[in-house]
Design a protein around this ligand. Structure first.
Ligand SMILES: [Zn+2]
Length: 233
């Protein structure tokens, strides 16, 4: 927030506060004032503003308390909730509601440039989808008990919930090499988001987001293949 001298059309210019960031894109910019409307009955001055960031150029409204003697004074705070569309499919949302909710929150955080909590939320979303998918695998009637020789591999829902993600990936994705490989990359980047020491400096939150999205699409592929196979038996 910073102050400018604004000529509101009466007497001398008034000092008003204007936001530094655009409510739509979150970029720091010097807004452009397009129009002014004074409503003396309601005691407000309304300014139509435009974001000057070239990728955005969107409009928004600022309103100020107004008195004929004092002119415009305090900025009336508005909060805008960004509308976030996620491409989480119905099948994935049914499999893991916690993934769908956390993933959406991560995208809201990302839209506000909250890069630190975006990463942590994505890591959390990933863990839920991994584990809920593992629970789905063991619940299939034709799921082979191929784990009998291994002590390490989780066999029940309770085992899966308590197990670490590394173990889940190696136990449940081993027959799907691409998914296993992708999951380990996500796991490593996820550690980077939560730990003090950052190992993969060349990769950022956008890479992390893309990988989680691909992971989700892979899970969707399996869910859809299973569902339609059942219907065409
Ligand atoms: Zn903007």
């Amino acid at each position: 927030m910073h102050q400018i001298n604004y000529d509101y059309g009466f007497r001398y210019p008034a000092k008003i506060s204007i936001p530094d960031q655009c409510p739509h894109c979150g970029k720091t910019m010097e807004l452009s004032i397009i129009q002014r409307h004074i409503n003396t009955a309601e005691g407000v001055m309304i300014l139509t503003a435009q974001c000057t960031a070239s990728i955005c150029r969107k409009y928004f409204v600022l309103s100020y308390r107004y008195h004929p003697n004092d002119g415009p004074t305090d900025l009336i705070p508005y909060t805008y909730e960004p509308h976030i569309e996620t491409n989480v499919t119905k099948e994935v949302a049914q499999l893991s509601e916690e993934f769908a909710n956390t993933y959406k929150e991560a995208l809201v955080a990302d839209s506000r440039n909250l890069t630190h909590i975006t990463g942590i939320s994505l890591r959390r979303a990933f863990e839920f989808l991994c584990k809920d998918f593992a629970i789905y695998q063991i619940s299939k009637p034709d799921y082979e008990k191929s784990f009998e020789n291994s002590q390490k591999e989780p066999k029940t829902k309770a085992d899966i919930v308590k197990s670490n993600v590394n173990n889940i990936i190696d136990s449940f994705f081993k027959d799907m090499p691409a998914l296993q490989q992708l999951s380990h990359v996500i796991r490593k980047l996820g550690n980077d988001e939560t730990h003090y020491y950052r190992k993969y400096e060349q990769l950022d939150i956008q890479d992390f987001k893309r990988l989680i999205e691909t992971f989700m699409l892979y899970i969707q592929l399996i869910l859809q293949a299973d569902a339609y196979s059942k219907m065409t038996k």
